[in-house]
Design a protein around this ligand. Structure first.
Ligand code: PMP
Length: 363
């Protein structure tokens, strides 16, 4: 068996310890005489598991008590459409800050349900920076402000410190590619959400952290299954959930604990990103990353080679060296290295060494 260093943007690498644990419990889970996939989601054992997972998540992220934590399906993409339907009346306005591909999608998907106002966009700059706060055209009385703190394709990232003078606005963050990659001030947001398939587990589970006052909004009739408040009331067990995915998320949370919690994970993620950006910036122009250094992502590092004619060789040789999924998204081209929680520092070191060697041979 050989597992490569996997730089996939998602579904992404899982910690080996988590996969081995799941493997060891696959046939028989916790005295249930069956796997966790084969028992009722209403069983005592499974409900106890969901309670443990929720309390682990709350502790790790220090989620305040007035927030609900949900484990749903549909990915972040489904939430793009559900957020306006849950929190805004059809004639209301919601604000969208666009810093890349996913924010653009969120705004487009919300548009059938709400006036989705674009507060600011760096489309003209090809999404390489965060538009200055002074340029944001906020709507007074907006239902919410939607932001994407890490743009997975463009590699543009900002943290809570960028969200100034927004005390009266319900800020909603799509944190698909950063949630649980470092400590986060949950209270800065009215809602956070994202798929599990990058830092938190396997595809098919979507985490939502929603402040109770938002849940109390019921601006239009909506099927129960699409209503966040109804899901919160039933602890995400309104219907059959993705039981195995939920279980895997629980294993990842325990792994994060074992690694020293989010502060330790965050420090490691910062070191990994610094190592790769230093290699890019120090390559004498052989490699480059276009993002404003103030807003460079720790999680997703897009970069191009000075000569796109070398891309194919870079990719095939990197795979031969045990470094996989480095091809960039077609929207930006070149390469992208995603450095989520499960990527060890030695994996980034191996990438940096490969890049230096490749540049030496082809430069
Ligand atoms: N938002 C962001 C920031 C993402 O990175 C992704 C997936 N790459 C999505 C939304 C869409 O997520 P999903 O495929 O889970 O719907």
């Amino acid at each position: 068996m050989s597992r490569a260093f996997n730089f996939s943007a998602g579904p992404a690498a899982l910690p080996e310890a988590v996969l081995l644990r799941a493997q060891s419990e696959l046939l028989e889970w916790q005295g249930e005489s069956a796997s966790v996939m084969e028992i009722s989601h209403r069983s005592k054992a499974f409900v106890a598991l969901t309670e443990r997972i929720e309390s682990d998540l709350r502790r790790l992220l220090q989620v305040p008590d007035d927030y609900a934590v949900l484990f749903l399906q549909g990915g972040a993409t489904q939430q793009f459409a559900l957020i306006p339907q849950n929190f805004a009346a059809p004639d209301a306005t919601a604000d969208y800050l666009l810093t890349g591909h996913w924010g653009v999608k969120a705004q487009a998907e919300a548009s059938p349900y709400v006036h989705a106002n674009i507060v600011a966009s760096d489309a003209a700059g090809k999404f390489t920076t965060l538009p200055a706060r002074s340029t944001w055209q906020l709507t007074p009385g907006a239902a919410y402000l939607h932001v994407t703190p890490n743009e997975t394709i463009h590699g543009v990232e900002f943290d809570e410190t960028a969200l100034t003078n927004l005390d009266d606005v319900a800020v909603i963050g799509d944190v698909s590619s950063t949630l649980l990659s470092r400590p986060l001030d949950v209270s800065r947001y009215a809602m956070l959400y994202g798929g599990a398939q990058k830092n938190i587990g396997a595809a098919g589970v979507t985490l939502l952290i929603i402040r109770n006052d938002l849940l109390a909004r019921q601006p239009r009739p909506l099927a129960k299954i699409l209503t966040y408040a109804a899901q919160a009331k039933e602890h995400s067990l309104l219907n059959t959930p993705n039981t195995f995915g939920w279980y895997l998320t629980g294993l990842v949370l325990q792994w994060i604990d074992g690694e020293g919690g989010l502060a330790a994970i965050g420090a490691r993620n910062q070191r990994k990103a610094a190592m790769l950006y230093a290699a890019i910036d120090g390559s004498g122009g052989f490699y480059s990353n276009p993002v404003d250094p103030r807003y460079r992502s720790w999680m997703n590092v897009p970069f191009v080679l000075h000569d796109a004619g070398l891309d194919a060789a870079f990719l095939s040789e990197s795979i031969a060296s045990g470094l996989v999924s480095l091809k960039g998204h077609k929207a930006v081209g070149g390469m992208r290295a995603s450095l989520y929680n499960a990527m060890p520092e030695v994996g980034v070191q191996a990438l940096v060494d490969f890049m230096a060697d490749f540049a030496k041979r082809k430069g």
